[in-house]
Design a protein around this ligand. Sequence first.
Ligand code: MG
Length: 294
Amino acid sequence: MRIARFKAEEREFYGIVDDQMLSITTISPFNKCSAPQTIEELISLSPESWNNIKEALEDQEEIKKDAIYKLADVELLAPIVNPPKIVCVGLNYHDHAAEQDAEIPEEPIIFMKPRTAITGPNKPIIKPEFVKKLDYEAELAVVIGKKGKDISVEEAKQYVFGYTILNDVSARDIQFKDRQWTRGKSFDTFAPMGPYITTANQIGNPNNLKIRTWVNGELRQDSSTKNMVFNVYEIIHHVSRVMTLELGDIIATGTPAGVGVFMKPEPKFLKPKDTLTIEIEAIGKLENFVVEGS
Ligand code: MG
């Protein structure tokens, strides 16, 4: 199942995406339970309530009749707008470590981005005038489905609600000047996310998905999540040894080779009007563009 937040007729909804959009926000009441009003509420449902909803959606066509929108008539929004936290992993692809001659870390290197950096699909990435070296990082993002601490690698799968795409946009000039990552990666709009959440049961193995980025149609990143140093479940294990993971948390799992700063013979940074497309197999395509702002 693919779940999106979207805007239609000047209102915000969330719902299920296939060849059309089914708004769960406005669906008629179900027999056995009322519809969850937000994605966070949906994630927190018990398996029993979830099954009741799925059955109702399959059996009762009439409850859907005022809740269907054409995809062309909706504006997609970032699927999670207020995650408790966004945890990111640095240097987590063998090919990305190799392109910068960096050593493979023994444990995941983690840092955080603020939720105010989130923006949605097809929205601008705002490059402040003083940022000179703007760059992209395509990343598989995990949406945490339940609270946990000290989660084992074996149990980690049960804590994943689904997956989306996150672009860990980075101001390389500031990142390298500060010698840590907070300021360079925390500007507003530096975490485009979407286009929707694909539930974990539809993904199969998250550790073997094609991941690609195009800038103005030019293929820049072309790898697979199988090149991750620490896979999704190992990352959940390591992060949860440090901090309690909560429902709706986002974990961005690192980027493969092909970022602008390490391009040969010289770096290629993003400029206003550039378009970015990130595609992850089985998940979708996240598109954004760059504008200069204050
Ligand atoms: Mg990153």
